[in-house]
Ligand binder design. Structure first.
Ligand SMILES: O=C(O)CCC(=O)C(=O)O
Ligand SMILES: [Fe+2]
Length: 800
């Protein structure tokens, strides 16, 4: 079983924990160090109060970093600071003493013997009574920085303990009064300096830097063969699923993601600078990988967990039921503070904070994403975005035993219980079988994969390129739909042309959206169609276009503007550009025709007019791009539409008129626009010639039967069609009044409806409004204007 392999692997790496701690301490006789400070002179040790006060006269208020900023806030950090350029360290024995301490620290922290530590002075700090530094994490100021070394100078003081924490454990260090006290900890450990209660506490802080001194060829120890066996098993057994519904997987997992315990920055992620147990575990895994024919890289993972969780018992007040927002002091509050933590009605019961004392019940959901990884050859790394599947994850330390960097709690919301979301940053060793290396990396870095394929093609290694490209098929479809991937369409297309295998080429270009297509792709598009045939091209365009009628973004309207130029370039290119241009135009037309039909069916005039007018420009672009056959089909369809289609056709003609140069000379579009213009002119002339409505003519066209065969609609139609009846008083029960309302509103009729709430049933009063006349007047004016414009500027005139 694959699960057993992962479990065993995690256990095999468990004992590495004993090989390193996150923090360590050492004492050295005070006379090992001579320390001089500019403006003060050599500091006599143990340090006494007058000297400490003299140091303060030379110091500044210490600052601290938050994000990219450096801040000064004595509520967070209150201590005096002297910069390292003003400090000189010496002493006959100092270098050797420090060297010994660093060697001990290296060993205690579990860094491999192939690594050496160096310490660089960072600051001299003086803490007087009441001064402190709240919990924080030190920033890694240097690529090779792995931690901090705090050297406490001996002095009489109380308080001022240095508390260091990692993975739920914490150690408190007190400084010696007579000796130098060295405390070292990894840079990802949170630590604090508790307030000094008497005397002065003086520390020299140093950055700990790690450097490789010997190659890592020695055996990292441990049951390597066992580990290698687990890897082989993991990569041969079918991947198991988290939930048992759905068909079982038949293929093995693509990779193994072994989560480490410490946090790392992108810069600090390096095989030689791993911390504590991580170093041993990663070294063993890497060696096992070598034996099992696998490749290993380091990665950074973002983990999110959602737990079913409850607040600790103490958070319930004496009612035994009610939970309060942390700061709530309102005696009469019955927990409303939680519903409304900001005093805004309806604010959600969601808040962030430290919920480490909450009790975790069940894990509802977890999600792991890799955001960065190093290259297999160890040269740098790259940003990636790769969700990790359940069957790929393995860890010796569970997430819940680590400290999340963010937590959010949401109280009971009906559908869900109380949930606690926790986010962690973890590093990981990611492994995959060497033969599947290309696909394993490609899933995270599609651009890199395309580059590699092109490289093989350029080098004439066609067979290899084909084998690798085929291995992308299982997951390549998830790629390409985002805007960010559009720029890589050109790369995918070029590789597709080069491969010479129709199915694989189709798979490579399939995930992109049509918006990614631009004029510059025309030569390769035409070449691909020439190579793989018309059916291939039609299939590819269908995929790029997506399902007709599916939601399409505003981007598509913008993209249609570029369609004529794209099609012109396609037709001019070598190969078979027409094979791509034709289905592109046809698909665009099918989608637009569908929208046209939808808008024509809308009764509310203003809405319909606006909707149809918006389709004008896209329609013009499609006609501009069409070949003569498609242009004819389009014109024939448009001619067959009702008069309301003029609300789209005139805007289309106007759009075409605005950019006559977009139509290539001799293009079928010229004839199509002329035919349409002639058609519109004919229709408008008929509209304008209609007799003006007589002042006493209130007749409207019938709204038609509603389809449910009700007895009301015929009566409504009789009223609407009547020349003389302006008002209808109609006693109707509520549901029936409702039906008439909706019939009138849906059709956008110039009829007002009110209900007179007297008697039973109430009376629905329908009144034809002046819009019966005004709409017709407006329509006539519009028709006259359009007709005048057509006669003056329309394409029919321009042809000459
Ligand atoms: O003074 C100390 O012991 C530690 C100070 C510290 O945490 C820092 O400078 O970042
Ligand atoms: Fe610190």
């Amino acid at each position: 079983m694959a699960y057993a392999a992962r479990k065993r692997l995690a256990e095999l790496l468990e004992d590495a924990e004993r090989e390193g701690d996150f923090s360590t301490r050492a004492e050295v006789p005070a006379d090992a160090l001579r320390i001089r400070v500019d403006g003060v002179g050599e500091l006599p040790l143990p340090l006494r109060a007058p000297v400490a006060r003299k140091l303060i006269t030379q110091a500044r208020q210490a600052r601290f970093g938050r994000g990219a900023e450096t801040l000064s806030d004595t509520g967070v950090r209150d201590t005096w600071e002297i910069t390292p350029d003003r400090i000189t360290l010496s002493g006959p024995d100092w270098d050797r003493a420090l060297g010994d301490v660093l060697d001990g620290v290296r060993h205690a922290l579990g860094l491999p013997p192939t690594t050496a530590l160096r310490a660089e002075p960072h600051a001299l700090l003086v803490y007087g009574k009441g001064q402190f530094f709240l919990p924080h994490q030190d920033s890694e100021k240097d690529d090779s920085m792995v931690g901090t070394l705090v050297v406490s100078l001996p002095s009489h003081h109380s308080g001022g303990e240095l508390v260091v924490e990692h993975a739920g454990r914490s150690v408190t260090h007190r400084a010696s009064r007579h000796q130098l006290t060295f405390v070292a900890f990894y840079a990802d450990c949170r630590h604090e300096v508790r307030p000094v209660t008497s005397g002065y506490r003086v520390t020299l802080t140093m950055n700990l830097l790690a450097e490789r001194v010997r190659p890592t060829d020695e055996d990292a120890g441990g049951p390597l063969a066992d580990l290698a066996h687990c890897l082989t098993e993991h990569f041969t057994a079918p991947a198991e699923q988290q939930y048992s519904y759905g068909p079982p997987e038949t293929t093995p997992p693509n990779r193994l993601v072994y989560l480490l315990d410490h946090e790392y920055t992108q810069r600090g992620l390096d095989w030689d600078r791993l911390k504590g147990a991580d170093a041993t575990r990663a070294a063993r895994l890497r060696q096992a990988a070598g034996q099992a024919g696998c490749e290993a890289v380091l990665a950074l993972a973002e983990v999110q967990e959602t737990w079913d969780a409850v607040p600790p018992y103490e958070h319930y007040d004496h009612y035994g039921e009610v939970e309060h927002f942390d700061d709530c002091e309102d005696d009469e509050c019955e927990g409303e503070c939680l519903l409304d933590p900001d005093g805004e009605p309806g604010a959600e019961r969601r808040r962030s904070g430290d919920f480490s004392d909450y009790e975790l019940n069940d894990l509802i959901e977890d999600e792991i994403n890799l955001g960065w990884w190093t290259r297999p050859d160890g040269t740098g790394g790259e940003r990636i975005s790769l969700p990790v599947a359940y069957a790929e994850v393995c860890a010796t330390t569970e997430n819940k035993d680590l400290t999340p960097y963010r937590s959010e709690y949401e109280g009971y919301m009906g559908n869900y219980g109380n949930t606690l979301d926790r986010w962690y940053r973890r590093a990981a060793v990611v492994l995959w079988p060497r033969q599947r290396s290309f696909a394993a990396r490609a899933q995270a870095d599609s651009e890199g994969a395309l580059r590699e394929l092109q490289g093989h093609l350029d080098a004439g290694a066609l067979d290899q390129a084909l084998t690798l490209a085929r291995s992308l098929a299982p997951f390549w479809g998830q790629y390409g739909s985002g805007e960010a991937t559009a720029p890589h369409f050109a790369d995918a297309l070029r590789v597709a042309v080069g491969l010479g295998e129709a199915d694989t080429a189709a798979m490579l270009v399939a995930p992109f959206r049509v918006e990614a297509l631009a004029e510059e792709h025309a030569p390769d598009l035409a070449r691909a169609a020439g190579r793989y045939g018309r059916a291939w091209a039609r299939g590819a365009v269908g995929g790029w276009y997506g399902t007709v009628g599916a939601y399409t973004s505003a981007d598509r309207t913008a993209w249609l503007e570029s369609l004529p130029a794209l099609c012109t370039a396609l037709r001019a290119a070598d190969g078979d550009g027409e094979a791509v241009a034709t289905p592109l135009v046809e698909s665009a037309w099918q989608a637009t025709r569908q929208q046209l039909a939808n808008w024509l069916g809308v009764g509310r005039e203003k809405e319909r007019q606006a909707g149809l007018a918006r389709l004008g420009a896209p329609l013009a672009h499609i006609l501009q791009a069409a070949d003569s056959g498609t242009a004819d089909t389009i014109v024939t369809t448009l001619r067959g539409l009702p008069d309301t289609a003029l609300e789209c056709l005139i805007p289309a003609l106007r759009a075409a008129g605005r950019q006559p140069r977009a139509i290539p000379e001799g293009a079928p579009a010229i004839g199509a626009f002329q035919a349409l213009a002639g058609h519109c002119e004919e229709r408008l002339t008929r509209v304008v010639a209609r007799p003006v409505r007589a002042a006493d003519d209130w007749s409207l066209s019938p709204a038609g039967a509603c389809g449910s065969g009700c007895d009301l609609c015929p009566d409504l139609d009789a009223f609407l069609s009547s020349r003389s009846r302006k008002v209808l008083e109609w006693p109707l029960a509520q549901a029936r009044r409702q039906h008439i309302h909706s019939r009138i509103d849906l059709a956008g009729l110039p009829v007002s409806h009110t209900t007179r709430r007297q008697g039973r049933p109430y009376t629905l009063v329908l009144t034809k409004t002046d819009a019966v006349f005004s709409r017709e007047r407006e329509a006539r004016v519009r028709a006259e204007t359009d007709l005048a414009w057509l006669r003056e500027n329309g394409p029919a005139r321009q042809s000459g």
